[in-house]
Design a binder for this molecule. Sequence first.
Ligand SMILES: [Zn+2]
Length: 329
Amino acid sequence: MALDEIIGHGRPLDILRQALASGRLHHAYLFVGPEGVGKRTLAIALAKAVHCNDSAADFCGACVNCTRIADGNHPDVRIIEPLSGKKEISIQQVRDFERELNYRSFSGKRKVMIVDPAASMNLASQNALLKTLEEPPQDSLIILIAANAGGLLPTVRSRCLRITFAPLARHEVAQYLRAKQGMSGDGVEFLAAMSMGSIGAALGLDQDEFVKKRRIWAGMVGALKGGDYQAAAAAAEALAGKRDEALKFLAWAQSWYRDLLVYGVSGDGDALVNLDMLEQIAAQSAPAEIEQCIAALGASSRAAAGIQRNLNRRMVLEKYLFAVVKGQS
Ligand SMILES: [Zn+2]
């Protein structure tokens, strides 16, 4: 295992590789990007690259330092997260780890502190950390991990070098599922398409249950085209109950309108994400409705973004499904 074997994230990797090679790692990084794309994996990889016995500016994955970091018991590398049953990282946790940062490193290399998710530090914890960020102990490396920078104090953010992670491309998720999870078959492409660029999301999907659900969803959006606003309102209410479920529905809806579009334009069944639903796609797809499909695709992704920003789910879904009913999202 080495930095080269990490899937995706070309730019963040380039930045970190250069810093490692030139011996100019920043003392604090802020890794920002969607959940489940590999921010923590890369933070741990960076810690390994700092400590590895066998590779300079990279890691081998097999030496005693790499192994101990992977097992979470390297004395110079700490991951700070909410204690079990707690939602927040307490000020005491931050203080304990800061004290450790000031001790000499066991290996003679940098002491690494990874805070994940950084936004689970409350204001007091963040203020406590700020002091360390302002006057970092020699040879320390602090990595804050966040889905977005919004939950962090501007003073904390400004002390860190920000590295932005994008969602993985569909083929990168598929590559990960094949290479790292040993998965194969049509299901891999489908999961990758449904994952919205998040390996965490791909691994969290129960494929069998999902196959059943999307048949129901396909029937539902097909029926809505008939102009039934009451049905749309009821569907919005049902989907709004769980955030996770609403996001899965909208991820699926994007794949669905993409498929209708691809099939409407090309008539090609092989390029579909919902490969096993060719019959329904052929029935719902019409070359004359290409613009509606493009609009629905955009509306699906806007609605998903709204829910990710914690807007009122029922309202977001209702607006979205009403647009689908009107056929002019
Ligand atoms: Zn190593």
